[in-house]
Ligand binder design. Structure first.
Ligand code: UD1
Length: 417
């Protein structure tokens, strides 16, 4: 086992380069199995979620070669076998194999996916979509069996603009007969990356990035290549660190448009930053103003940045409100911030944060991926030593985080325990 140890207070100076988006990569890798041939995916982030997906891809008899940040997936010997619980529980995104295998074989057997404990995380909207396309869903214990005689295009109204359900329905519909229309689709930018990949394979999809996606089924998809877009959440996490500790901290490889909601909140709080092309340079703000934030679906303030952002709010003068509206349990970091000295009152999913309060290093636990990121932010500004446990969550989604931070002056290390 390992823990992260941080000596807080060091300014962050220099360059950090952002990797490929986790939430894109974990869909692009299963998507490659829709093509009959070889797909190349570039700019794949070095995160443990990727390794968990590789295990499933290999179980399905596909070959993977990896060099640098580029992977090649050869699906020519693809075999449709049961995806066992041991593999599927390692990450939430294992559910994407449902849509992919349903599309190619009209038969899937898979155990319920895992992932961070940030809410009950049902997949009813995914299943509703599959059923609308003609699939029969049988559940035996934790195992799902999906069968279809034929997949036929349909109009599907999502009750909630779920990212996973939108992508999974795209996967299931791409080889179906006729036209599928997804209404109230999620608009996250990662979905555009997935659409581009599928269209390069030969699919006919339009509308990703808007609330209506139209998919005209085709007979076959072929191998192609795609580049993973930059991770706007990883970028946002380092930008927040820059607002707290930046000494001309430069975050490179971003698409500024994707972080608009964050930038507009930072402006409101008085943070100074300058965007130039695909980089942003950010400096510590000594007079942070309080604000209210509600997490929303894209293009609103991303739920995945709510936890790191709450640490910034502990350093703003006055009373700030951070309200989580997407996940029912994304508040696991607050007790640890309180333990470090933050003045936070938690009422359900609404945190009232009174600042500014100095934070003190102590022993804390990452309860999920973004809670872990928030605790790293807290450790970096705290006095003394912070020790973070259960760090596997963090390594699932932030590539080379220790190196990236060390390179800009943070005193942070991994320690065996
Ligand atoms: C994705 C992201 C995650 C992000 C989330 C919201 C990936 C791998 N993860 O997760 O980082 O926090 O989008 O931006 O891309 N829901 C249902 N039924 C369903 C599906 C979802 O009720 O069938 C609910 C969920 O419980 C949750 C909300 O919808 O309350 C959002 O879920 P969704 O957008 O599907 O998130 P994920 O795709 O799992």
């Amino acid at each position: 086992m390992e823990r992260i140890v941080i000596e807080g207070g060091s300014p962050l100076k220099g360059d950090i380069t952002i990797g490929g988006a986790k939430n894109s990569a974990v869909a692009l890798i299963p998507a490659a199995l829709l093509a009959d041939g070889v797909c190349t995916i570039k700019n794949v982030p070095n995160i443990t979620d990727k390794d968990a997906l590789f295990d499933i891809v290999k179980l399905l008899n596909c070959k993977i070669t990896e060099s640098n940040k580029e992977i090649k997936i050869d699906t020519r010997d693809l075999k449709n076998v049961l995806i066992n619980e041991e593999l599927s529980v390692k990450l939430r995104a294992s559910y994407y194999f449902m849509g992919v295998l349903l599309s190619r074989y009209k038969h899937v057997e898979i155990y319920f996916p895992g992932g961070c404990n940030i809410g009950s995380r049902p997949i009813d909207l995914h299943l509703k979509g599959f059923k609308a396309l003609g699939a029969k869903v049988t559940k035996r214990g934790h195992k799902y069996i999906l069968d279809a005689q034929e997949l036929k295009g349909n109009t599907i109204n999502l009750d909630f603009a779920s990212v996973g359900a939108t992508i999974n329905i795209m996967f299931a519909a791409v080889l179906a007969n006729g036209r599928t229309i997804i209404k109230n689709a999620a608009k996250e930018v990662e979905i555009i990356n997935i659409m581009d990949f599928l269209n390069k394979m030969g699919a006919k999809i339009s509308g990703a990035g808007t609330d209506t996606i139209i998919i005209d089924g085709v007979n076959k998809l072929s191998g192609t290549d795609i580049e993973v877009i930059p991770d706007r959440i990883e970028a946002g996490t380092y930008i927040i660190m820059g607002a707290l500790l930046g000494d001309n901290l430069k975050v490179n490889g971003i698409i500024p448009e994707h972080n608009k909601a964050l930038f507009s909140k930072l402006e409101e709080m008085g943070v100074e930053f300058s965007i130039e092309g695909n980089s942003v340079t950010i400096n510590k703000c000594n007079n942070l103003k309080c604000t209210n934030i509600k997490t929303l679906v894209y293009p609103g303030f991303p739920t995945d940045l709510g936890q790191p952002m709450s640490v910034l709010l502990t350093q703003a003068s006055g009373v700030s409100i951070m309200e989580e509206t997407i996940w029912e349990n994304r508040v696991g970091h607050y007790p640890y911030l309180q333990k470090m000295g933050a003045n936070i009152e938690l009422n359900g999913l609404v945190a009232t944060i009174k600042g500014k309060t100095p934070l003190k290093g102590t022993e804390i636990n990452a309860t999920d991926l973004r809670a872990g990121a928030a605790l790293i932010v807290a450790g970096l500004i705290a006095s003394g030593t912070t020790m973070i446990y259960d760090i596997d969550y963090i390594l699932r989604g932030y590539e080379n985080i220790i190196n990236k931070l060390t390179n800009v002056g943070a005193k942070i290390k991994l320690e065996k325990i």
